[in-house]
Design a binder for this molecule. Structure first.
Ligand code: FES
Length: 255
């Protein structure tokens, strides 16, 4: 399946059991869209959902590569490499008992749906903390995945730049307001979205003392740690988004 979910946004589903069984939230795959010209390179796509052993991705129509991808029909094989990178930590002793707050900016909602699914499984096994999701978007029509998050039992709050849905302003401002009322020692932030939003999440995390795991976006050529094209600065030196990330602890990032 490869269908437009709403104008400009497509969902593509792969019958690829090996990757589906191995993937954890926050990981991505490199997808080779075509073997010609400028769109030779593979594209990174974050895993959006795993449903009945099938692998789902959400993508936005933003250039030649994604336009070419949108023309692919069921039955056509595509070259997929993954799962790659390090995903979110939601089950270690450090994070398992904390209240998850997912902060999604734009397309950043896509991988956080997969995390919300896993957090619901954790809740079904007895975890007390309910997941809170904050979605940031330009306008009401840009809000992504609200229904999916609600289907996974999450509380969802919205912030839009123009106030057409939810509160008016940045999703990070919404988060700060919520954290000022929460017992912050019990929360953990999982963020995915544009880098300016992640930078702000990092600041909030460090100032308020709430741990945050941030999934970074980067241009990727190889996706497997070989080209160094995706390196970012951290307190531990340069690290590769595709290999050491894409999920990083906010405490070590230098934006
Ligand atoms: Fe090549 Fe990360 S994309 S090292």
């Amino acid at each position: 399946m490869n269908q437009e979910q709403r104008p400009g946004y497509f969902r593509i589903v792969f019958d690829c059991r090996d990757i589906a069984d191995a993937a954890v939230p926050g990981q991505f795959c490199m997808l080779k869209v075509a073997d010609k010209g400028e769109i030779l390179l593979r594209r990174p796509l974050s895993v959006h959902r795993i449903e009945n052993g099938k692998l789902e991705f959400l993508y936005e129509l933003i250039g030649k590569g994604t336009r070419e991808l949108s023309r692919r029909r069921p039955g056509e094989g595509l070259d997929l490499l993954g799962p790659l990178g390090n995903g979110f930590d939601y089950s270690s002793d450090e994070y398992a008992a904390k209240k998850p707050i997912l902060v999604a900016g734009g397309m950043g909602a896509a991988p956080l749906v997969f995390l919300a699914e896993k957090l619901r499984e954790r809740k079904n096994k007895g975890s007390k903390s309910k997941t809170l999701v904050l979605i940031g978007a330009k306008t009401k029509s840009h809000i992504l995945c609200e229904k999916e998050f609600k289907n996974y039992g999450c509380d969802v709050k919205i912030a839009t730049d123009n106030g057409s849905a939810g509160s008016r302003g940045r999703v990070t401002a919404l988060l700060e307001g919520i954290l000022s009322e929460e017992e912050t020692g019990q929360a953990v932030i999982y963020g995915c979205g544009p880098n300016p939003m992640l930078k702000e999440l990092s600041r909030i995390s460090n100032e308020i003392g709430v741990p945050a795991q941030l999934s970074l976006e980067a241009h990727m050529a190889c996706g497997i740690g070989a080209c160094l094209g995706c390196a970012v600065r951290t307190k531990e030196g340069y690290q590769r988004v595709c290999k050491e990330g894409p999920v990083f602890d906010a405490r070590k990032m230098i934006f």
